[in-house]
Structures are given as structure tokens and as C-alpha cells.
Design a protein around this ligand. Structure first.
Ligand SMILES: C[S@@+](CC[C@H](N)C(=O)[O-])C[C@H]1O[C@@H](n2cnc3c(N)ncnc32)[C@H](O)[C@@H]1O
Length: 205
């Protein structure tokens, strides 16, 4: 694996099994507790977020890596240069297979691998220098200038929520060194990821 300059972590991704499918609010509304509305049942957000990372040259070149953390606190490791399915039905069946079997493909070297490791430990093992949480409730920054000021050889991790609504959980805040807001309003995950990748390419790599 090429050494990374940055990691994008989609945290609290709504990738969880329900009856051999991904729990999806459009099909399983009654199975999602009122308290969990906004937090669970939107695997489509992860799909679009993943495409927005993997379509950038900075990902294909191996300089930026992608990790998925799930709402059930599982961590999904992704082999370099993975090309995610563009079709949502195919994405969904791939992740059902992954969550059931623990890795894809089921035998041999994994392209996708699930572990029950703590995200904090994963980032420490990757020798991440700084963990930056993106949140509309964070310190307002000029994103381009902020990323330019971070430039260095040791990798940095950017945490972006892959869920619909709600403040970051305390567990996520606890592992973050800094919490930044890049815009005066709440943005969607896919816009935040696209801006991050775009500015990383422009001023950070
Ligand atoms: C739809 S939002 C989740 C809602 C939540 N209210 C929030 O902003 O943290 C999905 C993710 O996009 C990122 N995000 C949304 N608006 C942002 C902003 N203005 N600045 C930085 N990150 C933002 C956060 O990582 C958030 O978890």
C-alpha cells in the first residue's frame, strides 16, 4: 500500500444488516426507532460519499485513502485503487456480502475487510498526525487556506459524517483533535467530500 498523505473517514456510515439487506429507511421505516431517525437507514449517503472520494485522481494515485466507519462501530478497510460499484443495487449487495462474510472476496486477499477495531486505534496504527472532524458546529475556517496550512509529510485524517442529521456523537468528538466548519450552513456529505477532495488536490498534496 502506498503511504498516504491523507485519509478520508466516512464515520457513522449507515451500513448495517437487516434480513439479508442493508437497513434502508425507504423499506424498513418501521424498524428504525424514532431516536435513530437521521442517524440510521441511509446507506445511499455512503454510496455517494464513496463515489465522491474514489472518482478523484488523488484517490486513484494512492495519495488519499478511504476508510469506512459504521454506525455499529465497525471499520471497513479498502484496498488501494478499489473501484466502487456505480449502481446502488450493486453497491448494496456488495456490502451485504461484506457484512455477512467479513471480507470481499470471501477467499484470498481482501479488497474490502471489516474489523471490530476502535477507530481511534486504527488511526493510531496508521500513524495519523492529526484527526480533523468536519462539522457545521465546528470552528469556522477558510477551507482552502486551512488545508494549505496543514501540509506536511505525516498523514492527516478527515472525518466526515455519512448520515443525514444530528450532531457528531461524543465518541467521535473524543477522538478528534480539531472540529472545523467549512461553510455557514449544514452541507450534505457528498458536497463536503467533493470540496475536501478538490482542495486536497489543489493545496495539500
Ligand atoms: C448532513 S451532515 C450531518 C448533519 C450534522 N448536523 C452536521 O453538520 O454535523 C453530514 C456531514 O457533513 C459534514 N458537514 C455538513 N455541514 C458541514 C459544514 N458546514 N462544515 C463542515 N462539515 C460539514 C459533517 O461531517 C456531517 O457529519
Amino acid at each position: 500500500m502506498q503511504s498516504k498523505k491523507a485519509w478520508v473517514v466516512l464515520f457513522d456510515s449507515n451500513l448495517e444488516l437487516f434480513n439479508d439487506e442493508l437497513l434502508d429507511i425507504s423499506k424498513h421505516f418501521r424498524k428504525i426507532r424514532r431516536d435513530d431517525l437521521g442517524r440510521r437507514g441511509r446507506p445511499d449517503i455512503t454510496h455517494v460519499g464513496v463515489l465522491n472520494v474514489c472518482d478523484f485522481p488523488a484517490y486513484s494515485s494512492g495519495e488519499v485513502g478511504l476508510i469506512l466507519h459504521t454506525i455499529e462501530d465497525k471499520v471497513i478497510f479498502i484496498k488501494d485503487s478499489w473501484r466502487p460499484p456505480r449502481n446502488y443495487v450493486n453497491f448494496s449487495s456488495l456490502f451485504v456480502q461484506l457484512l455477512k462474510l467479513g471480507q470481499v472476496p470471501p477467499e484470498g486477499e481482501p479488497i474490502l475487510l471489516v474489523k471490530n477495531s476502535a477507530l481511534k486505534d486504527v488511526l493510531r496504527n496508521l500513524r495519523v498526525r492529526k484527526v480533523i472532524l468536519l462539522s457545521s458546529r465546528g470552528k469556522k475556517v477558510n477551507f482552502e487556506q486551512y488545508l494549505a496550512s496543514l501540509k506536511s509529510n505525516a498523514p492527516v485524517a478527515f472525518l466526515v459524517g455519512a448520515y443525514a442529521k444530528g450532531a457528531p456523537r461524543d465518541e467521535i468528538l473524543a477522538i478528534s483533535d480539531e472540529v472545523i466548519s467549512i461553510y455557514g450552513k449544514v452541507l450534505t456529505t457528498n458536497v463536503v467530500v467533493a470540496m475536501l477532495m478538490c482542495y486536497l488536490e489543489k493545496v495539500f498534496l
